[in-house]
Structures are given as structure tokens and as C-alpha cells.
Design a protein. Structure first.
Length: 311
């Protein structure tokens, strides 16, 4: 099966009341864990690559890893650029085999965000590639994205119609209280998403796919394993899964998950090396990390996304 765009994925997800998992990939083991879980559960998925992942693993290696996953799993897979910072990186990924790109102009003025996003859309659509835009800024740190709490802002529903109309984007990432990284809330702070904003955006953009970034739940199981085996992740808190499932039943068709994958992989590696200090074969600890990633993705597909048997 060849790579697909997210167009049909999102149409089915919107109608069916579920979301597609967009999982960040950085190496072979993470790609394998994600796609093996999705393949066994017959779930469509999006494999997404950040600028940091391209710097770490190289664009060509990542594309070839995804192509290998396609050969091994008979499910729809889209290859997506996460948080493209400018036109050039989006163009590079479009020309380099990606089927979807995100242009993140959320740090620009509304006018400049429209102009940048429209330019990417025009080029992408000419190549058969779809585009995700963003309105509002999420707090937190993830790879090259670093937004302070002071600079974070919710999406303004009264801007979404003009933005989509003038840019021609295929999906829209909005800010309703999610955030990047593993420390999404302060200790004692109650996690809360602004479903009122999501509902208003949905009314203004009927049948239009909405995206949630920064949507890892920060599994306390893996946080505990990391803590017990030499790690320091006290106070790591994520988005409650019941809130994400509620979002997936509405207009949210794509939910981004990255930090949870990192935690699962790290928990496996730390546990092996802590319990067996003499271990030095990467295959021994990476396979445990990979198994954790697979288990995590299977859990998300079944219990959060609702995308099992939707391929």
C-alpha cells in the first residue's frame, strides 16, 4: 500500500466520531512499535516527523523507515511534517515524499499567518499534498517549539472562518488547553480543556477536521518506572484520556501524541539498564522500549482514539 493523504481518513473519522492518532517518529524502533500495533488493530495512522527528528535521523532515513512499515503493514499511513516553521521546510518535505505538512504560523500576526499558510497551501495542493494550519499557541517545549505560559493563547473562534477561507487549509490545529511536553500542568492544578471553544469552532466550521497538539496523557505507569529506575520526572502531568476521547467524538479528527511515546521508550530502556548494569547490547534494551511503545499505541487506539478496525 502506498502512502495516503489524510483527506479520506479525516472524512471517515469526522463521520464516525473517532480520531486518527498522529504519532511522532524518531527511529526504527518507534516506527515499528507504532505500526505493529496499528496493523494488528486495523487502524489508520499518521506518522509525523518534527524538525528535530529530521535533524536527528535524516529526512531520507525516516522516509525509508516509513516505506518499510508500509511494506509490512496493510493499513493506511500518512506521512506528516509536524510544526513546519517556514515555507522552505514544508517545500522540502512535500518534494521529499510527505503526503501532509503542517505550517505553523501561529507565532505570526493573524495577517502574516494567513499569507504564509496560503503560500504553503498553494504549493502543496499543486503536488497533491494536504496542509494543516494553526491558530492560537500552545504552551510547552517540544523539539524546536518553545512557548512560555505568558505567550500561550487560546484560539479565537471568530477568526477561524476567515483563516480557513483565505488559506484553503485542509485541517486546523486549535489551542484549547493542551500543551507540549510532559509537564503540562502544575502540581495541584486541575487539567481542563476548553470544550466551549471547540464547540464554537465546530459550529463555525461544520464538517471541518480539527487537530489537537500536545495531547499526550503522560502515563503515570511509565513515569513511575522511570522514577524507580533512576529518572527524575516528578510532577509530570498530562491530558486526561477521557477528555481526549470526548474531543475525538466531536470535530477533532487528529490527536498528536509524542511525549507518551518518549516516556514508554525511556521506561523500557531505563528498567533494563538499571536491573542489569552489565547490559550493553542495544537490541536487548531497545526491544523492551519498542514493546512499550507498541502497548501504548494499542491502548490509545482502543481507549482514546476509537480508531480500531477503521482502516
Amino acid at each position: 500500500m502506498a502512502l495516503v493523504t489524510t483527506k479520506e481518513m479525516f472524512n471517515k473519522a469526522y463521520a464516525g466520531g473517532y480520531a486518527i492518532g498522529a504519532f511522532n517518529v524518531n527511529n526504527m524502533e518507534i516506527v515499528q512499535g507504532i505500526t505493529e500495533a496499528a496493523g494488528e488493530l486495523n487502524s489508520p495512522i499518521i506518522l509525523q516527523v518534527s524538525a528535530g527528528a529530521r535533524k536527528y535521523a535524516n529526512h531520507t532515513y525516516l522516509v525509508k523507515l516509513v516505506e518499510a512499515a508500509l511494506a509490512e503493514n496493510n493499513i493506511p499511513i500518512a506521512l506528516h511534517l509536524d510544526h513546519g516553521a517556514d515555507f522552505d521546510i514544508c517545500k522540502s518535505c512535500i518534494d521529499g515524499g510527505f503526503t501532509s505538512v503542517m505550517i505553523d504560523g501561529s507565532h505570526h500576526s493573524f495577517k502574516d499567518n494567513i499569507e504564509l499558510t496560503r503560500r504553503v497551501v498553494e504549493y502543496a495542493h499543486s503536488k497533491g499534498v494536504v496542509v494543516e494550519g494553526e491558530l492560537g499557541q500552545l504552551a510547552g517545549i517540544e523539539d524546536d517549539v518553545n512557548v512560555s505560559d505568558e505567550n500561550a493563547s487560546y484560539t479565537h473562534p471568530d477568526e477561524v472562518e476567515e483563516f480557513v477561507d483565505k488559506t484553503g487549509v485542509d485541517s486546523l490545529a486549535i489551542a484549547i488547553g493542551t500543551s507540549h511536553g510532559a509537564f503540562k500542568f502544575k502540581p495541584g492544578q486541575k487539567p481542563q480543556l476548553r470544550f466551549d471553544i471547540l464547540d464554537e469552532v465546530s459550529k463555525r466550521l461544520p464538517n471541518f477536521p480539527i487537530v489537537l497538539h500536545g495531547a499526550s496523557s503522560v502515563s503515570q505507569e511509565y513515569v513511575k518506572i522511570i522514577q524507580e529506575h533512576g529518572g527524575q520526572l516528578a510532577d509530570a502531568i498530562g491530558i486526561p484520556e477521557d477528555m481526549l476521547r470526548q474531543a475525538a467524538r466531536s470535530a477533532v479528527c487528529k490527536i498528536n501524541i509524542d511525549s507518551d511515546l518518549r516516556l514508554a521508550m525511556t521506561a523500557g530502556i531505563r528498567q533494563v539498564l538499571f536491573e542489569n548494569p552489565a547490559a550493553f547490547d542495544p537490541r536487548e534494551y531497545l526491544k523492551v522500549g519498542r514493546a512499550n511503545v507498541k502497548a501504548l499505541v494499542a491502548h490509545k487506539i482502543k481507549n482514546v482514539l476509537g480508531s480500531e478496525n477503521k482502516a
